[in-house]
Write a protein that binds this ligand. Sequence first.
Ligand code: ZN
Ligand code: ZN
Length: 54
Amino acid sequence: MAVPGSCEHSFTMIKSDTTLILWNCNMCHSGPHWYIFECKHCKLKTCRPCTAKA
Ligand SMILES: [Zn+2]
Ligand SMILES: [Zn+2]
């Protein structure tokens, strides 16, 4: 598992099919979101705008 910051992130979108599972962005702490982008390498979870910044 790579350290965020030294990782070449590769994000996959995860959608929640229930309102019981929501995520906050690990970068800007926005949320909760019913979908999130997770890096398949370091598991960083970010909102859509942060996938461009990360
Ligand atoms: Zn990553
Ligand atoms: Zn964010």
